[in-house]
Design a protein around this ligand. Sequence first.
Ligand code: NAP
Length: 244
Amino acid sequence: MQTPKDRIALVTGANKGIGFEIARQLGQEGHHILVGARDRGRGQTAVAELGSKGFAARFVQIDLTKLDTIAGAAADIEAHEGRLDILINNAGSTSSGDGSPGAASLEAVRNTFDTNFFGTLAVTQAMLPLLKRSASGRIVNLSSGLDSLTQTGDPSSEFAEFRFIGYGASKAALNMLTVQLAAELKDSGIKVNSADPGYTATDLNGRRGRQTIPEGAAAAVRLALMPDEGPTGGFFNASGPQPW
Ligand code: NAP
């Protein structure tokens, strides 16, 4: 059975970059977008841009490091939509003091975990009751090739030279959330997967990524819209399954 149109999708960090593009592509498919952003002005600008293309979009304020905004976002969605079909845990960050394990600042590593792991876990927990009301819920966690233990440990891999212990470890922890939550929810109809966008030209990397932003959004959009027969508890890029 194909996933129905007109689903309600929350995308965190949807005001720019890959998150905005995921929201745009889901809007183009006819779904109702909740534009999660920590800054009201940036979020409303994104909503206006999506609205100008004829897509249904609404701003939801959500800062992954502020639990009150996460609780507020869940209450807001409960009051307005009453359920959630798709949660895209896209918001993520790097920290300037991050680096190799021997040199990274502990504070930078903690800050990175605060957003990428603890913040994402908090959003997921807050949204679960709403997702459980969906006929076929989907959770997509934006992970990274840089968190793949297999690829990081392979000296011939392009990822072996990148050493950002905070970023890599926080995204590896996020992958553990994917695996454990997928198992916890296996009888619920909710599918949980990690998406690796690939190295994409956004503000996160000073626009040095080799892929375009639409290419970077592709894996997450596919996982969000996959039919009920699709996989759960996996790690995928646009070409297919990736090693953990
Ligand atoms: P980006 O252009 O820097 O966008 C990041 C988004 O996350 C922005 O909307 C930002 O909001 C938001 N954000 C950051 N911290 C937040 C917080 N505490 N609360 C709420 N929102 C927050 O980066 P991107 O490249 O599109 O990254 C999107 C996701 O893909 C991230 O999870 C990233 O780790 C992952 N990823 C990216 C690449 C790549 O090559 N670009 C590769 C692998 C994985 P503000 O505008 O308010 O800062």
